[in-house]
Design a protein. Sequence first.
Length: 450
Amino acid sequence: MSQINFPNDFIWGAATASYQIEGAWDEDGKGESIWDRFSHQPYHIFNGDTGDIACDHYHQMPQDVALMKELGLASYRFSINWPRILPGGIGRVEPRGLDFYDRLVDELLEAGIKPMATLNHWDFPQALEDKGGWTNRDSVDWFTDYARILFERLGDRVPYWATHNEPFVIAMMGYAFGVFAPGIASYPQAFQVTHHLHMAHGKTVQLYRQMGLTGQIGIVLNLSTYQPKTNRPEDLDAAKRMEDMNNNLYLDPIFKGKYPEDLIAWIDKSRPEIRDGDMTLISQPIDFLGINYYTAQIVSFSPNGYMKFEAQTRVEPGWGITYKGWGICPSQLKSLLLHLKEDYGNPPMYITENGTTLNEPVDETGYVNDQGRINYLRAHFQAAHQAIQEGANLKGYFIWSLMDNFEWASGYDQRFGLLNVDFNDPARKRTPKASFYWYRDVIKTNGFTN
Ligand code: FCB
């Protein structure tokens, strides 16, 4: 048995996202988001679920912050629902929406928990989608204007800001594969969306500096590793192409001021329109990189499809596949962090999401004895710890998620929470799982015995 200790200033947190937990989808003057529209249409979401009520967090926020305090969180990562602030996406501000986040931030600070606010975790205003959404270059200004409202109101009290959550998912799942809102299937649109998301990020970072705010601002990317299935050249190329598509299309513009050349050549006529000055705007220095890590991939050439690769989830020996179908691969978290250290200048990094779903029984009191989640988290913490020991500049770790919630197209079937939520109960009763208590001890002792 050995004791694993994290650095003294290491930040232990948990994460959620507005659409996944808040509910109150049309209350207090809130406008419609693309996820409201998407989930209200048939066949998009498993079981026909919607986020209309979700965890009812909008009405239970103070109790939820009390649970975070009991857990001992140093930081809580949440996101802001854009049409709650601006029902039409631009123009008139809804004060009741702004007040909600103001109260949340104050509750957190009073509980000794540092807020980390994500500006865009996918619930984009439907009114702006009707104007072309992120395919419209005006989206850069729409987003910056929205950010300004929040910086003005909360900038003095929120120490960490993230612009977008997983621009890959917004662009590709939303606009290329059509499986997430807004449900469009067009590669050219998706690459243009990527470019505008990048620009909106850069312009917002620039605004944050201009406003003289003293917290930190960064972005959250879903990143992974891509192992070629064989050493055949076509598999090596396919793995590189997938890494370019999923990681480097997002990392390189920000950290290197350019798009991956091989990928741009591959997509050829689908390449985005890039104007003079865009790349400089995009590559503003950021204060931290947020990393969402869940699984890794094994990639091979495929004669089918536009990108001509196919991936299978990677499973590390001794581990299995989660209920979501994602292979468990803790060692690749370490590899990823060391890769970012070597090839991207070792920026300050946070794991902004990591966690798992299980299919474990809930007892009659609402308790879940989720030993599988504890094993998953312990192994990933250990991999992160090894990366820190080898010099990775990792500053903190946020579990996805504080509570079971609306898991996008999977609805309520996939439960990532440390808190069990009873979705059959109108009161959405929360019950701490075994992992909640285990994580509480990790936070308290800043580590664990292995
Ligand atoms: C990420 C999302 C997050 C959650 C997890 C499981 O892609 O950022 O909202 O759904 O996956």
